[in-house]
Design a protein around this ligand. Structure first.
Ligand code: NI
Length: 206
């Protein structure tokens, strides 16, 4: 496959996802691609082109963003680039195995799926994960405490769900950062509540 196709895919997702304010922007796709290729280096029998294209296109038909069926955006782009139909199917299979809603939380079967899923999960952890979680919550009109709950209910579980050794190592560090952030957040909000409680306790009018 042409290297060109990968560059064109990056341009395509930049135009398609653009500046999505909920954290599924083109930069997310590029980070997932970069991290997926990093993880793929240590995986045997992993097709790097498929990894790169699936990573770049993994949100091209995300149901949160588009109403397409059967990976229509990804398929249309790949067909225009004359990628052979068998490879297109493999790429779409990887994309669908990464998506939680499409795969219902099952572990991807292919090596490429495992790698791209790990890379997508890494982007939900660390400083980037924190930024993206609040951006998504804000875009959907949710209060901060909903995002905090999302960390506890979902994102803190990701570290133990990673598929690859490299993914696990990278997730470990990002998970620690996330926990440090949540501890600090908890401390600051608790301090404030305690101060308010004290103040209320001292007020004879109450
Ligand atoms: Ni994603």
């Amino acid at each position: 496959m042409d290297r060109d196709v990968i560059e064109k895919a990056a341009e395509y997702v930049a135009a398609l996802l653009g500046d999505d304010a909920g954290g599924h922007d083109a930069d997310h796709a590029l980070r997932v691609c970069r991290n997926a290729l990093l993880i793929a280096k240590n995986e045997k029998e992993c097709n790097r082109e498929i990894v790169a294209l699936a990573a770049l296109l993994h949100d091209a038909d995300d149901h949160k963003l588009f109403r397409t069926e059967n990976n229509a955006n990804a398929r249309e782009f790949l067909a225009l680039q004359r990628v052979d139909p068998e490879t297109v199917d493999r790429i779409c299979e990887v994309i669908n195995s990464v998506s939680f809603s499409k795969n219902r939380g099952r572990v991807p079967v292919s090596a490429e799926g495992k790698v791209v899923q790990d890379a997508d999960r890494l982007d939900a952890l660390g400083a980037v994960g924190i930024a993206r979680t609040f951006a998504y919550g804000g875009l959907h009109g949710r209060p901060l405490r909903d995002s905090i709950r999302h960390f506890h209910e979902k994102l803190l579980l990701l570290k133990d769900m990673m598929n690859t050794e490299t993914g696990k190592q990278l997730a470990e560090e990002r998970d620690s950062f996330l926990r440090a952030f949540l501890d600090r957040y908890d401390r600051e909000t608790r301090e404030r509540d305690e101060r308010l409680d004290r103040k209320e306790g001292q007020d004879p009018a109450r």
